[in-house]
Design a protein around this ligand. Sequence first.
Ligand SMILES: CC(C)(COP(=O)(O)OP(=O)(O)OC[C@H]1O[C@@H](n2cnc3c(N)ncnc32)[C@H](O)[C@@H]1OP(=O)(O)O)[C@@H](O)C(=O)NCCC(=O)NCCS
Length: 170
Amino acid sequence: MTRKNRPISETEVKDYPTMIFPEDLNSQDKMFGGMLVATMDKLAGTLLFRHAEGQSFGTVYIDGISFLVPVYRGDLLLLDAAINRVWNTSCEIGIRAKVQRKRTGKIHHLSSTYFTFVAVEELAETDPESGHQKIVAAPIKYGATPRTKEQKRRWQEAEERRQERLKKKG
Ligand SMILES: CC(C)(COP(=O)(O)OP(=O)(O)OC[C@H]1O[C@@H](n2cnc3c(N)ncnc32)[C@H](O)[C@@H]1OP(=O)(O)O)[C@@H](O)C(=O)NCCC(=O)NCCS
């Protein structure tokens, strides 16, 4: 059965803001790296919730993440995110993070990366290894249609990145 597609633009997000609070800082009073990863991961999951109407997903792979500038208390993280491509049970979300300075208002590029998510479902049977219900990959409810030139480029390049990830998995 062929599944329906949804336009990528329906879920694309631009400048999603998060203010950096004291609990987001490391011992040198700068944002700790895990804060950025968690914020990106949650936003990617939110996009997928909207795209696939509440279907459950798990993160299976995060490409390299760089931290190009320090982030301080009161600065704003601004995230751009979009579904780049949907395969059968997996998909790629691209995220670009910027930081807007509290003191100067200037905006800097902070990091760009890709998250691979897999749609999952729980089976009735127990997984003997974990003692929890067994989790398996499930087809994603909707494909994603690229319409703009940029979306088409990302869609094309996503397949090359996927092949590299799968090669590493072995
Ligand atoms: C999601 C999970 C059930 C998939 O199990 P699996 O045995 O890897 O399943 P498969 O081999 O069938 O792969 C499922 C899909 O993921 C893709 N995939 C798996 N590993 C991948 C990787 N390293 N990079 C990119 N894609 C990957 C496969 O290509 C396949 O996609 P497709 O159906 O679109 O072609 C399992 O990996 C899992 O439970 N992981 C934990 C997820 C989680 O809890 N994440 C939260 C952070 S801990």
